[in-house]
Design a protein around this ligand. Structure first.
Ligand code: FES
Length: 126
């Protein structure tokens, strides 16, 4: 059953009732924005397609800009795929100091197992 083991989700939504795969962005002011996402699409692509402020994706996902930096919500951190060495290096160029929850959202491919993932947008990207 979908939604089991989801305690700690900060979006407060019931995914099973909604049925639309999505990513939840939390803006620096606390505003929550849910956007649709498709399998295989990056979280950065989902954000830019929906016009989410604060996720720029300047390089188009080629791992050379760090303007897609997000902080994965702690409750979801272990479910996102691990960072590559290149992503680790590029995170050093992020405008806001990275934390252990930092990811370049172009490197997180959306899939059903992360439907409803919550990511926080930093205060600046460049
Ligand atoms: S879009 Fe440039 S590093 Fe992610």
């Amino acid at each position: 059953m979908r939604g089991t083991g989801q305690r700690g989700r900060s979006d407060g939504t019931n995914r099973a009732e909604k049925g639309v795969p999505e990513v939840i962005f939390i803006h620096p002011d606390g505003r929550r924005e849910a956007v649709p996402a498709e399998d295989g699409q990056s979280i950065m692509q989902a954000a830019t397609n929906a016009g989410v402020d604060g996720v720029i994706g300047e390089c188009g996902g080629s791992l050379s800009c760090a303007t897609c930096h997000v902080f994965v919500d702690e409750a979801w951190a272990s479910r996102a795929p691990p960072r590559s060495d290149l992503e680790e290096d590029m995170l050093d160029a992020a405008a806001v100091e990275p934390t252990r929850f930092s990811r370049l959202s172009c490197q997180i491919k959306f899939a059903p197992d992360i439907d409803g993932i919550v990511v926080r947008i930093p205060t600046m990207q460049r």
